[in-house]
Design a protein around this ligand. Structure first.
Ligand SMILES: [Zn+2]
Length: 141
């Protein structure tokens, strides 16, 4: 099951403010069917209840590449090296204060990615390594 959160969105067409559930964490080993949407940058689609305008929400997404011991934080706004470093430090702090996380964290690479193209390549690699094809997610090689 993907991790979700409730956010407020302001419609860019009619200015109405509405709430939408968006996905903020997926695990490719379980949520493989979402891979094509993640690759297209259209995972989080919200529809304005008033004017029906469709918005693709540009939010940070955590992708777990289980069983490859790689966790990627995809954040389109983390375009500078400094922003990436700050996010990495937050992650280090998080795992430091949680024993279970610390165990996993030591063996897991945490990478911050801001370019959709880079995320796409990582997912394509993953699919090539683990699945028969993109249309058959979760069907192991
Ligand atoms: Zn609207």
């Amino acid at each position: 099951m993907p991790g979700t959160t409730l956010i407020e969105i302001k419609c860019e067409k009619c200015q109405k403010i509405f709430e939408a559930v968006i996905i903020e964490h997926i695990d490719l080993a379980e949520d493989g069917k979402m891979a094509p949407q993640v690759k297209s940058g259209k995972l989080n689609r919200a529809v304005c209840p008033q004017c029906k305008k469709v918005t693709y929400v540009d939010r940070a997404l955590v992708v777990n590449f289980e069983p490859e011991s790689l966790i990627v934080l995809f954040d389109p706004s983390a375009t500078t090296a400094q922003a990436k470093e700050t996010l990495r430090k937050e992650y280090d702090t998080l795992i430091h204060y949680n024993e279970i996380f610390e165990e996993v964290g030591k063996e897991t690479e945490f990478r911050v990615v801001s370019e959709l193209n880079e995320l796409r390549k990582l997912i394509d690699n993953y699919i090539g390594n683990h699945w028969l094809s993109e249309s058959e997610p979760l069907l192991p090689k």
